[in-house]
Write a protein that binds this ligand. Sequence first.
Ligand SMILES: *Cc1c(COP(=O)(O)O)cnc(C)c1O
Length: 348
Amino acid sequence: MFELNNILRQNIKNLTPYSSARDEYTGEASVFLDANENAFGSPLSNAYNRYPDPMQHQLKLRLSSVKGVPARNIFLGNGSDEAIDILFRSFCNPGVDNVIIVPPTYGMYQVSANINDVEAKKVLLTDDYQLNLEGIAEAIDKNTKLIFICSPNNPTGNSINRDDIETLLANFSGIVVIDEAYINYSRQKTFIQELTEYANLVVLQTLSKAWGLAGLRVGMAFASEEIIEVMNKVKPPYNINEASQLLALEALGNVAQVNEWIKQTLQERDSLVLTLKKLDFVLDIYPSDANFILVKTTSARGIYDFLVQHGIIIRDRSKVELCEGCLRITIGTPAENETLITTLQQYK
Ligand SMILES: *Cc1c(COP(=O)(O)O)cnc(C)c1O
C-alpha cells in the first residue's frame, strides 16, 4: 500500500542537498580552513566559533539509548514544529495536495499547512474526543499525503484509541504522523517501537514538555530510514545549534530528575482535579493523560479575565470546536497550583 516514492514531491526526489564544508572530507584533520569561521575563537568563555554537527551524531546516539530506537531512525528538528514543517515541504505539493487534521487538536498543523499552501481537511473528533474513522476514510483522496494525530491530544488531554490509530496506519497509503509531545505523562504506550511494523509511521516527540527544555528547541521525529533520509535532505544544514546539542546531551543524562517531576505532576494533576470539581462554575473536567487539564466551565472568558487580573495566565479554548466553555490549565508547581485554587475560590 504505502510506497514512499509515490508520495514524495518530484522536486525533493530530484534535490541535491546542500553540502557543508565538513561533509566534503573524510579522515583526520586538525586545521580547519574550510568554513570561513573565525579561527581565533569567540568572545565567549565557551567558544562557539565552529559550526555544529549537521547530523547531531552524539545527541542521536544518546537519544537512541534513552528511547530504544536506532539513531538512523531519528531526525532532530529545531523543535518538533520544525519537523512538522519539513513533513509538509517534503511531501505536499503547494496548491495541489492536502492533509487531514482532526480538531480540536494542536494548532500548528493548520498553520504549517497554511504557510505551505496546503489544504488541511478537517474531520472533527467525536464527542468523546476520539477519531471519526468513517469521516477520515471519506475525506481521504488521491492527493492526501499526511494525517496528523496528536496523542495525548492537545487541548483535550486524552489519548487516542490505539486500535483506531493502527487501523489508519494499516489502511492509509500516505503518512500517519503521531504527535507524542505529552507521551511521558501518558498511561498509553508510545508508537516508537512500531517503526518496523509500519513504513508510513512518523512519531513526533519533543524535549520541550516533560524534559523541561522548551527554550532549547529540540524536537524529534522517529520514522523509517527512508523517511528520515528525506527529512535530513530538506532540513536547513545546521538546524540544531551547538549550545542546544551540548545542553540536550547533558540533560539526557538526568532521566531520574525528569521521572520524579513527571510523578509529581501527575499527583498534582489528580489533586487539582478533585479540588476544581468542587467549584460551582466547573461543569466538567476531561480525563487527562498529559500535564494539563481541559476544564468545562459556565463562563470561560470571565474566569480567564479574572485570573489575568490576578497575574495568572491559563489558556482560553472556549472558541475552539467541541471545546465550548473550556479552559486549558497547565499543571504547575504545588505552590502555583495552590495560588490558582485560592484565586479561583474568590471568583463569583
Ligand atoms: C508543545 C507541543 C509541540 C511543540 O513542540 P516543540 O518541540 O516545542 O516545537 C508539538 N506538539 C504538540 C501537540 C504540543 O503541544
